[in-house]
Design a protein. Structure first.
Length: 134
């Protein structure tokens, strides 16, 4: 069976992503209908590509749209949002909120421990930042 043009575009986009060619990823994935993108599980790559290009607004918008679809594990999206807020926005309080949402849906014991440690780390970071502002 031959692949659909959407599947071919998806592979081109993923290849561009692995080559850190985020501009190309955005161009390719922008042309794919959203429902197909979410079905193919490339929404997080699309979101990350925008973040890498410095467009955090678009990145967060896509990630939040993903939360409203049923096709993706909410844990993945909450962890992705936490990553965006922590790394690109440098907002520990907002990242903390996303990690706490992730903690509510996590099932894997090891992953749960990792998230709990991350939450503890960010809480301590917030205390230090708060103390530095006095």
């Amino acid at each position: 069976t031959s692949m659909s043009s959407t599947e071919l575009q998806t592979f081109r986009g993923i290849k561009a992503y692995t080559e850190n060619n985020f501009e190309t990823v955005i161009q390719i994935f922008s042309d794919i209908p959203k429902y197909q993108m979410y079905n193919m599980g490339i929404g997080l790559l699309f979101s990350e590509s925008y973040a890498q290009k410095g467009d955090l607004g678009s990145s967060l918008k896509i990630a939040n749209e993903l939360l409203s679809t049923q096709n993706i594990d909410p844990l993945e999206v909450h962890l992705h949002l936490a990553h965006l807020l922590e790394m690109y926005k440098n907002s520990a309080p907002e990242a903390l909120e996303s990690y706490q949402k992730a903690l509510k849906v996590v099932k894997d014991a090891d992953e749960k421990v990792w998230i709990e440690k991350k939450i503890e780390y960010l809480k301590n970071l917030n205390k230090k930042v708060g103390a530095n502002n006095l």
